[in-house]
Design a binder for this molecule. Sequence first.
Ligand code: CP3
Length: 327
Amino acid sequence: MRQAGRYLPEYRAIRAKHDFLTMCKTPELASEVTVQPIDIIKTDAAILFSDILVIPEAMGMRLDVIESKGPVFDEPIREVSQIENLQAENIVERLDYVMQAVKMTKEKLNNRVPLIGFSGSPWTLAAYMVEGKGSKNFEIIKSFIYNEPEAAHRLLQILADSVVGYLNAKIRAGCDAVQIFDTWASILSPTDFEEFSLRYIRYICENLETNGAPVIVFAKGVSSYKNLANLNCDALGVDWVRNIGNVRAEIGGAKALQGNLDPTILYAPKEKIRQETERVLQSYGRGAGHIFNLGHGITPKTPVANVQYFIECVKELSAKYHAEEVE
Ligand code: CP3
């Protein structure tokens, strides 16, 4: 997660010359930074360099990604009328630069590793569109869903339809798998998560034309995986707060699981990185269905050598868990 990012000097060298959105919109640059970590840290998959917020940007919302501040919409959605003015029609055409980046990345990867495409979930996208930026308490989006539930559902449905079109186009362009990020699942109670987030993720999963590409759903910070286990998807992401073995037991092996090392373990001494990697592997246990990953994105100050070491540890230590299928 965020493997193409600021912790890599090679990324920063390109970022120093271009703003973030220009990098997303220029297939040559987006594909170059997507491939960087494959050569440098040697992961088994590439994730397309882009951002979840290209969807609202393509709907006409002006987006700035400011160093140290993160993404900002200068005119967030504050009136119900703004929802009807979103340009959702033909959105995939306006996101064609992403499809070009997918195609160029596939050429550069030359089948060395698969390419993962992604989208934000409707709920997480709506949270940014209404708040205008990241937030601590998310009071604006939450008062919106409680005071204007109909308008909120209208916005979420518009986003869900856009995400379906967008991910289908990414799969057609060549992505080998797609992931739906619901980063802000964590701020909803279980009932509100079902009403304002999960039902739209379910709609997306039902309407994807995957052509065999696995679908991964990452809902960060949820307390239960039971309802996620019924989704028409292949894998579920797990953040580091849960014990991945408990999640496996909770869903009775219904889905593959992806996760879940705490990304800040990558600041620890080597012995600790190795020990914690082994702990996650042990927690999942033997057998297929574990995609080793971090529980969330790599943070900008992470030492590259530690990331390289972590990946060596995963490759070395996972063999004994996955070599034989003892189910
Ligand atoms: O390598 C990858 O993981 C692929 C690229 C990727 C980015 N953003 C690049 C990026 C992915 C998958 C995302 C998804 C994304 N973007 C999410 C969902 C996943 C998550 O991390 O929770 C969210 C919530 C966003 C919105 C967003 N974009 C935030 C919160 C930020 C600031 C992040 C920070 O660390 O400051 C961004 C900007 C962003 N997206 C950067 C990168 C590499 C840093 C931009 C820069 O170079 O200044």
